[in-house]
Structure formats: structure tokens, C-alpha cells
Design a protein. Structure first.
Length: 302
């Protein structure tokens, strides 16, 4: 073990060896929350936070993140679906079939959680027919490694995979103090909609259902600077397509993410999110193309 943990280890999973009594020692496994010359604070696997005297810490080192449980991946995917609701949402057994006029991959792809109620080959054919009936390219967002079987079946059937998306989570105790200069809006501002439309290259009517269809949704909006042009816009519950920071904001050092804790708006430094997050699931969006259709540039053959 390395004798001393450092600030760069904060947010990572560590094991700490400490003295207990005069001779005994014990190891504590968890996430390093804070460290200074006096204390070493670790959140254990069960969620309990331990504040250890630095003098009692004999050694400590960073260890690999705990692999996400399949049940956690399944729960996270279902939660993400509820927070990004497609206006057309049907079921194939337990699978979700979603359509939103082609606006965003997630809202226009099937989510294979649970059992489709059909043999795999028939389930894929039924999914393809459903999307064809809605005038959309058939797509399936596959949570990995939870549905590795679906990914393998799609590759065998000749579907094509887009780049993987890393889904990350971070504990709320990483969130900083509440800010009074951020407005919580019940509807997105014109600036927010312009930002999203530019990012997604369209804003059809179905987009408003996706953005507004979640109960208690709020849009965090902040202006900064004398000209009021630097802006931060975030939708909560959050989705990558809406957690965007304007270029002007990046240039002025305002690159922040917004989080909620105990009903209050808080600001979380983007570097802290990256440092404290852990891999929860990998998703692969896989689409079916016709023989004459060109693959998007970012797509790759599965």
C-alpha cells in the first residue's frame, strides 16, 4: 500500500489501513471524500461516512471501482427513460418502444430491459417492423453488459453499432453550496431552446414533450457578465442533450454543472463530476439500415 493518500485521490475508491487500539489494524474500503493533515474521510460501501484521524492511518491506496450490479444498470436505465419521455411509448413484453419524430437517439430507440416475450430473433423483427411503421430507422439502445445477449444477436443479424456512451453517476455530497443567481424555470427559456435546437439540429413538436413531459421538471438558467451573453442552461431531471454550456460561458470560466440536493439548486464543478463519477453502464445504440443507406460518420460496424 502507498503510505499516504493525496487530494488527487478524492472521489476515487480507496482502501485505508488504520490502527485500532494499540496493536490491531483494520482496513476500510470506500470512496475518499476528503483529506487534510488532520482527517481522512471515507464513505464506506454501505454509505456510512468515517472520519479518521490522519495519525491513525498507516497506509492507503486507490483501488478499481466496484463493478455496477446488473440490478443497478436496469434501475438506472428505467429512471433515465422516465426522465426523457418519448411521446410515443409502447411495450413489446418488457421492452420499451419509443418514438419522438426522430428527435434524439434515446427517445427514438427501443430499450431492451426485461423479457420481450418472444424469441430473440422474433423480438428484433418486431422491433424493426414497429419503427418502420413509424417512419423511423430502427434503433435499439443496449445497456452493457446487462444485455450483452441482445448486442450479440444484433451483430449476428447485421445491425450496425454507433459509438458507446458512458453513463456516469456521482453522489450528491459532491454538490457545492446553493446559488441564488440561478433561476429555476418551469418552462425552457428561448436561449435554452435555441441552444438545444442548434445542438440537435432540429426542434420538432415532439421535442417539447421530451423536454417537458417529466413531472416537476425544472430548467436552470443563469446569466453572467455585463452583456448578459454568457449563459448556463441545464434541464433537471437531466439528460446529456440538455446539459450544455454556451461557448461564451466556457471562455469565461463558467464551465459548471448544476445539481439538486434537498430541493435546493447547487453548482458542481465539471472537473469534480468527472473525478467523482463511476461507470454505471455502457450503452450502445444499434441501428438497422437499408442496403442503399449510408452509415452516419460516427457509426461503426458491429
Amino acid at each position: 500500500m502507498r503510505a499516504v493518500l493525496q487530494e488527487c485521490d478524492i472521489g476515487h475508491r480507496v482502501v485505508v489501513r488504520r490502527r485500532v487500539g494499540e496493536r490491531a489494524m483494520t482496513d476500510l474500503l470506500g470512496v475518499l471524500v476528503a483529506i487534510d493533515g488532520d482527517r481522512v474521510v471515507v464513505r464506506a460501501e454501505d454509505g456510512e461516512v468515517h472520519s479518521l484521524a490522519a495519525a491513525d492511518v498507516v497506509a492507503g491506496k486507490r483501488v478499481p471501482p466496484r463493478p455496477a450490479r446488473y440490478s443497478e444498470i436496469d434501475s438506472l436505465e428505467r429512471t433515465a427513460d422516465r426522465c426523457w419521455p418519448a411521446p410515443v411509448h409502447e411495450r413489446l413484453g418488457d421492452w420499451y418502444l419509443r418514438a419522438a419524430q426522430g428527435w434524439t437517439n434515446r427517445a427514438n430507440s427501443a430499450l431492451p430491459v426485461g423479457n420481450a416475450g418472444l424469441p430473440m430473433a422474433e423480438a428484433l423483427q418486431a422491433t424493426q417492423a414497429w419503427y418502420a411503421g413509424h417512419g423511423l430507422t430502427p434503433r435499439i439502445t443496449v445497456p452493457l453488459p446487462l444485455r450483452k445477449d441482445v448486442a450479440e444477436a444484433l451483430a449476428t443479424a447485421g445491425w450496425y453499432a454507433q459509438p458507446r456512451v458512458l453513463v456516469q453517476t456521482a453522489p450528491l455530497d459532491a454538490v457545492g453550496p446553493a446559488r441564488s443567481d440561478v433561476a429555476l424555470l418551469k418552462r425552457p427559456s428561448d436561449e435554452f431552446l435555441a441552444l438545444v435546437a442548434a445542438r440537435k439540429q432540429s426542434l420538432p413538436p415532439a421535442a417539447m414533450q421530451v423536454l417537458m413531459g417529466t413531472p416537476e421538471v425544472r430548467f436552470a438558467h443563469r446569466y453572467s457578465g455585463a452583456d448578459g451573453r454568457s449563459t448556463v442552461n441545464v434541464r433537471y431531471p437531466n439528460h446529456p442533450a440538455t446539459a450544455r454550456v454556451a461557448a461564451a460561458a466556457s471562455q469565461t470560466g463558467m464551465r459548471k454543472a448544476v445539481g439538486f440536493s434537498d430541493g435546493e439548486l447547487n453548482v458542481l464543478d465539471a472537473a469534480s463530476v468527472s473525478r467523482q463519477s463511476r461507470q454505471s453502464a455502457r450503452c450502445r445504440s444499434i441501428s438497422r439500415r437499408s442496403p442503399g443507406q449510408r452509415l452516419p460518420r460516427q457509426a461503426a460496424s458491429a
